[in-house]
Structures are given as structure tokens and as C-alpha cells.
Design a protein around this ligand. Sequence first.
Ligand code: 2U9
Length: 343
Amino acid sequence: MEQVLQQIETFKKEIEALQIDSAKALEEYRIKFLGTKGLVKSLMGEMKNVANEQKKAFGQSMNEFKQFAEAKYEEWKALAGDGASDTAAKIDLSLPGDALPIGSRHPISLMRNRIVNIFQRLGFAVAEGPEIDDDFHNFTALNLPENHPARDMQDTFYISTDPAWLLRTHTSNVQIHEMQKGKLPIRIITPGRVYRNETISARSHCFFHQVEGLYVDEKVSFADLKQTLYFFVQEMFGKDVKVRFRPSYFPFTEPSAEMDISCLLCNGAGCNVCKKTGWLEILGCGMVHPKVLENCGIDSNKYSGFAFGMGIERPALLKYGIKDIRLFSENDVRFLKQFTGAV
Ligand code: 2U9
């Protein structure tokens, strides 16, 4: 009995001196003292060797030691954090966290936002509309009645179950919806995706993106159109860029024009990108055809308007030096992540 009590005192001192600083050390302690084959259990086993009149005192000392060893275990467990589970004890809260990969804006979105932002500063509001629309809003209202040859200019995807519906070939359908609302004046830009049945190649795709603009009010003139687009070019490409308008034809505008800017790569000297002309074609425009106004219930004697349309892919290819339009829709992260932080 004396011997066992002495052993208990030695173990107590050993426990007092212990420095438990990891989940592993705590578990080792538990196994050594409190486990099924641990010291507490084996000391308890000594009871059978103790004389009957000493059993009570021995039992008391053993219980005291057991409680002491258990209390120490609980104390260290609490210090180690959430139940001293293995993972909790292994987490070093002072380590810097893993950085989450930051996504990036798509180059088409970046270019669209730049274009939209410039027109917003001139008082244009963004309007959006359906990508699936009816023949009237995509063609007829825009002065392209059935069998009109200009419809061939835009190979159209019709909805197979009901060919009265189609994938819009331009965002002009949004302008038609806005004009039908009858609230004037209208000053809107319509960014969006459009669809054309074209063979996919490095230069063209069966869907692409446009920004179109429309301004309808009393006394809107071609001079307003030129000044608006000139401001846009200066803000977009810089003050040194030159502009020229060439007469053109669109069924929905009269007169119609195409606008070129001096080549951004050779400054007008002539290079491969501008096909040695020194000019880059960037948009089409014109005065809204009176028939288009009338088709939407607007009095063309009182109101006039200008409209313009441009693709987003082409300027994005130019700005970011991209050689293949298909990269925009392949969603290859190696391509997309190159635009992290771009504006
Ligand atoms: C309404 C009336 C007129 C929008 C216009 C163009 C000229 C034009 C092309 C540019 C490149 C399409 O993406 S592209 O292939 N667009 O040249 N768009 S005028 O005229 C409108 C729009 C709406 C009610």
C-alpha cells in the first residue's frame, strides 16, 4: 500500500510537470493515464493486494488521483480549443489564409461597358429586350417587309416549331419595343447578343454582340448624329483619331452612313489590319426612316431621330490584340484569366 501511494505521488508530480501543447501529446497522455490499459486502471487493480482495513483509505487516494488526472485532461482539452479534436488543434490560426482565385470580366463585357459608359455620360439610358422575338419587331417594323431582298442580308435562325418567331439578328427589336411604348423623347442604347446563320470562322460567328443607339425627339438632325458619334470616338479611341463618314444603305435609316476611324495600328499609313486603306470601319448609322417611326405609331412630321449600330467583337479584337473571334465563346480559363484587373 505504501509503495502504491508513493507511486501516485510520483505520477502526480509527473503530470504537474507535463507540457501538453498538441493534440498528439494530449492523446498520448490520455492513453498513458486514463486509457483502458492506462496507469489509473492498473493502480486500481492493486486494490486486491491491499489489506481489508486499508482498502477504504486506498480507494480514497485512488479516486483522488483519478479525478486529478481527469481534471488535468479536461483542462488541456479546453485550452486546445473546440474539443481538442485533431483538426482544431492542428489549425494554426496565425497562418495567412489561402487566396481565393479572383474571377475576371469577359473582354466582351469590358468593351460593352466602355461603350455604354460613354453614351450614358451623354444622357443615353440602357434598354434591353428579348433575344427571341417575332418577325414584326426584328424585320417588318424596321422597313424590311416580307420578301424584301434586304432580309437576305441577315441569315436568320427561325424557331423550328413556329417560324413566326426568330433569334433576333440585331438589337433594333429593342428600339421598336421602346418606340411602341409611345413615351417621347427616347434616348437609349441597347447592348446585347444577336444571332446570324453564318459559318463559324476566326472572323465571324453565328452569334455576336452589338450596341445600338436611338435618339428620337423633335428636330433631331444629322449634325446631332455626327457630333454624338464624334464624341464617342474621341472618348473611346483618343483625341488624335480621325473620323470619316461614307454614304451607305440600310432599310431602316435614310440617309444612311458608315463611319470609319483612322487605323489605330498604323495611324492611317496603311497596314495589314486596315488592309492598306488607313481606315477602320466601326459603325453604321443614319436618320431613322420615317416609315420606321410610323410603324411604331410616331408622327414622322413632328419627330425625327438618329440611330447607329456597332459590333462589340471587332473593337475588342483590336484593343486586346486577339486574332480569333472564337476565343470569346470558348470559355478557356487560360484565355479569360488574362483579363483579370483589365478595364
Ligand atoms: C431603329 C432604327 C434604326 C441601327 C443601325 C446600323 C446602321 C449598322 C451594323 C453595325 C455592325 C450591325 O453589328 S453590325 O453588323 N449596324 O450598320 N445599325 S443603323 O438602326 C436602327 C435601329 C433601330 C428603330
